[in-house]
Design a protein around this ligand. Sequence first.
Ligand code: PLP
Length: 361
Amino acid sequence: MKHEIYNFSAGPAVLPKPVLAQVQEELPNWHGSGMSVMEMSHRGAEYTGIIAQAEADLRELLAIPENYRVLFLQGGASQQFAMVPMNLLAGGKAAYVETGIWSRKASSEAKRFGEIDIVASNAEAADHAVPRQETWQLRSDHRYCHIADNETVDGIEFDFLPELGDLPLVSDASSNILSRPLDVSRFGLIYAGAQKNIGPAGLTLVIVRDDLLGQAGPQVPTMLDYAVHAENDSMYNTPPTFAIYVAGLVFRWLLQQGGLAVMADHNARKAALLYGAIDGSSGFYRNDVAVANRSRMNVPFFLRDSRLDAAFLQEAASWGLLQLKGHRLLGGMRASIYNAMPETGVLALVDFLNDFARRHG
Ligand SMILES: Cc1ncc(COP(=O)(O)O)c(C=O)c1O
């Protein structure tokens, strides 16, 4: 039997099929221009139209308020681990909440630039629950507070939006941005590598409140100063033009699906199906994360008998279910079920999970 292919990669990850079809159609000759988007000057009329439309559609999707700037940058979310403190610390201290591998990477990078307080951590919690905000040791001299809204490796997602008053909330939203509506006005800055829920690798999205711009000291390289990119509409240098174009098509596709509230429903249903299969397997599979903080995007799970891991992956691949191997630091399995993963893909995975457990349990 020939199976449809479903790609559960954590990133670079699956893109919507209609977007890939449109890219294919427009690749050699964009809208009769005689050029591929890849070949266009970023300052020409065609391309400035493409980037402006991408930004407008993103603003509509997230209802981004006027006083926030959208920046299309490079360097990945990893570069944001440095850019955030370089721009926002301004000689002061910052608060970091650690909930997994990525937020710990963010805080250790920030320590190169100043004093960082780990105000809460789930490191000692057996269920990996996100520490409740009441326990965070915030201080009035913190310049900002950093969280990772969704931990891609550990599969841990915030189930609440921190309420910080005047303290700017900075969020690494790399793996759950656009998966549900977000009240942008509650954040100082949101960043995301594009290659999970936005588009191709090479693009990094930053949404920043405009009063936070212009704090970088003179030692900060020009390319790492948010204000420079804001003043130049992400065109201080050549932006990742093709990745922005594809991201723009994804934004358009999301609007056509009905926007982020609709995507949130889809994503909740997909996650419920998958966690339901794991929890219903009588311990053949397990996920160790507190139910309230189980990620809707990245679902790590372990087989009771890890000696079956290789057979699991091999058989899954023969069913067309690809890239299910867990992160090298965690082991086990991980299924990433971003916006572009259709429910049929999750149902196919659930069928396989049940079948494999029945045969090997
Ligand atoms: C939550 C999170 N933060 C940061 C990163 C690092 O992103 P990049 O590879 O774009 O630097 C990743 C990548 O997987 C991630 O999932």
